[in-house]
Design a binder for this molecule. Structure first.
Ligand code: NDP
Length: 301
């Protein structure tokens, strides 16, 4: 039976570290703490739950967050004007626009209007470019969470064959780049891939980000593979399941993430990290924060 990669546990360990960093930050910056603003448009119940969960996590870690709720029929210009205002507000360190947006709004234009320094979701082309060339300040939250899980469980991608199923901008592409950065040999599959089992079956590390319940079956994986299930699929009974047929794959894999409780809890944790990072980047010009060569931003002693 495979080792269970426990995202809840790893997440709570990282959050303890975050609380310490926030206390240090508070000391350094005269009682202020990193601050995220989330914009939510309309009344999508799932989005409202996600936003509430984010606010709860920020409060638990001693950080600030605020929610700006905008009506479903808001125009793109009004939304972008609000983002411009937040871009210029020194009290706001991170800006996140909860997706999806209503159809009258071009998602890309909105996401690109967020200042790269405050783009804690890592969607802005400047941050995507930095991700590609390995000079990133921010990592997209879900892919970063996957890398942290691997690190925590001592799974080194170097020299391994990694297959990623899914090529979205949010998960598939960025996690492929991060695995490449960690020296894995990466194959990316999508809906037009022919003979997908051949690609998944040769993987030492398989990452499923498809959005189809139980898509990855035991006969599609290699004996002893590490299986990371990003999928979140809600069944008719309301239960959440992943993209991997968990019971049968767990018999064959060496390690596997459950759904729920695997990758999911890591996503918000990485958002907390990115917001601290954003705040430090914004303080950089004050000279109170230094950047170690090749390292992410850190609080100087
Ligand atoms: P997208 O729908 O944007 O992308 C799905 C990808 O899967 C696409 O690249 C698509 O290929 C590919 N795909 C679909 N059907 C097949 C198939 N039959 N064979 C091979 N590839 C296929 O989804 P996301 O990347 O945004 O999300 C994926 C899953 O992860 C979802 O369940 C989502 O809810 C979940 N998720 C979980 C998060 C977490 O925090 N745990 C965060 C984000 C997402 P093509 O490009 O050709 O269409």
């Amino acid at each position: 039976m495979a080792t269970l990669i426990d995202g809840k546990k790893v997440s709570s360990v990282i959050r303890e570290g975050i609380k310490k960093r926030v206390r240090l930050y508070r000391k350094m910056f005269k009682g202020s703490v990193p601050n995220l603003t989330v914009i939510i448009v309309g009344n999508n119940p799932a989005s409202q739950t996600y936003v509430r969960n984010k606010a709860k996590a920020f409060a638990e870690c001693g950080m600030r967050s605020s929610i700006i709720a905008m009506p479903e029929d808001i125009s793109q210009t009004e939304l972008i004007n609000k983002i411009s205002e937040l871009n210029g507000d020194p009290d706001v360190n991170g800006i996140l626009v909860q997706l999806p947006l209503p159809p009258q709004i071009e998602e890309r234009d909105v996401l690109y209007s967020i200042s790269p320094e405050k783009d804690v979701d890592c969607f802005h082309p400047v941050n995507v470019g930095k991700l590609v060339n390995g000079s990133h300040d921010f990592l997209p939250c879900t892919p970063a969470g996957i890398m942290e899980l691997l690190r925590y469980y001592g799974i080194d991608p170097a020299g391994k064959r990694c297959t990623v199923v899914g090529r979205s901008n949010i998960v598939g592409k960025p996690v492929s780049l991060l695995m490449l950065e960690k020296n894995a040999t990466v194959t990316i599959c999508h809906s037009r891939t022919v003979n997908i089992s051949e690609m998944t079956g040769s993987a030492d590390i398989l990452i499923a980000a498809v959005g189809r319940a139980g898509f990855i079956k035991a006969d599609m994986i290699k004996e002893g593979a590490v299986v990371i299930d990003v999928g979140i699929n809600r069944g008719q009974d309301g239960k959440l399941t992943g993209d991997v047929a968990f019971a049968e794959v767990a018999e064959k894999a060496s390690a596997i993430t459950p759904v729920p409780g695997g990758v999911g809890p890591m996503t918000i944790t990485m958002l907390l990290m990115n917001t601290i990072r954003a705040a430090l980047i914004q303080h950089r010009h004050s000279g109170r924060v230094q950047r170690r060569k090749g390292a992410s931003y850190t609080i100087s002693g």
